[in-house]
Design a protein around this ligand. Structure first.
Ligand SMILES: [Zn+2]
Length: 182
C-alpha cells in the first residue's frame, strides 16, 4: 500500500518488491505519512511477506526491500515507529499472518501510547480489513474503485470497512475533515 507492485511480464504475476532495487513508493506517500503524524497518529506497518517462504526471493532481500520502503516513506520527515512482518505462507497456518491479529496485538503492547479506539487499520487487502475488524479498530480500504471493495466484502463475508478511499492521501483528507467516527 506504500509501494508500487512489481509486475512480471513473463510470469504474468504481480508481487511486492522482491529486491530493494525494485522499491518504488506510491506518489505522495512520504508527505501523506507526515500529515497523518501531524494529525496525532503513530505510524506502524503490519505486513504479510510470504515471497521468501515461497522461494521467490531470499529473506535478506525481503528485509532489505522493507528497509528501503521504510527509509523512503520517512523521507518527508514522518516516523515509522515499528514494522511487524509475517514471513510465512498461508499454508503455514501461523498466528501472525493477516487476518490473524498477533502482530496487531504486539504493535499495541509495544507502543504503549497507542489507543485502540482511536486507531485505524488501513490497507488494500481484505485481510487487512478483516484483521482490523477482529481487533476492534476502524478500518479503511484503499482501492482505486469503490466497487472493488463491495466485491471483496461480498465474497469474503467481511463487514463493510469504516471508510473506503482511493489512496492514502484521500483517506487522510477524510480524517482531516472529520475527527470522529462511529
Ligand atoms: Zn506468520
Amino acid at each position: 500500500m506504500l509501494n508500487e507492485l512489481i509486475i512480471d511480464p513473463e510470469q504474468g504475476t504481480v508481487d511486492s518488491p522482491l529486491h530493494p532495487s525494485q522499491v518504488r513508493l506510491i506518489p505522495q506517500i512520504p508527505q501523506t505519512l507526515l500529515r497523518l503524524e501531524q494529525l496525532g497518529f503513530g505510524l506502524v506497518i503490519i505486513s504479510n511477506q510470504p515471497a521468501a517462504a515461497k522461494g521467490k526471493t531470499t529473506r535478506e532481500n525481503l528485509e532489505q526491500a522493507h528497509a528501503a520502503i521504510v527509509e523512503q516513506a520517512q523521507s518527508a520527515g514522518a516516523h515509522i515507529l515499528d514494522s511487524y512482518v509475517c514471513f510465512h505462507r498461508a499454508e503455514d497456518h501461523c498466528a501472525c499472518r493477516k487476518p490473524g491479529i498477533k502482530l496487531l496485538q504486539r504493535a499495541f503492547s509495544e507502543n504503549r501510547d497507542a489507543r485502540r479506539d482511536g486507531s485505524w487499520m488501513v490497507g488494500d487487502g481484505i485481510t487487512d480489513i478483516e484483521a482490523g475488524q477482529r481487533f476492534g479498530l476502524h478500518t479503511a480500504f484503499i482501492a482505486a474503485h469503490k466497487c472493488d471493495t463491495c466485491q471483496v466484502v461480498q465474497t469474503k463475508a467481511v463487514k463493510e470497512p469504516t471508510l473506503w478511499a482511493k489512496d492514502l492521501a484521500a483517506f487522510t483528507d477524510m480524517l482531516t475533515a472529520k475527527k470522529t467516527w462511529e
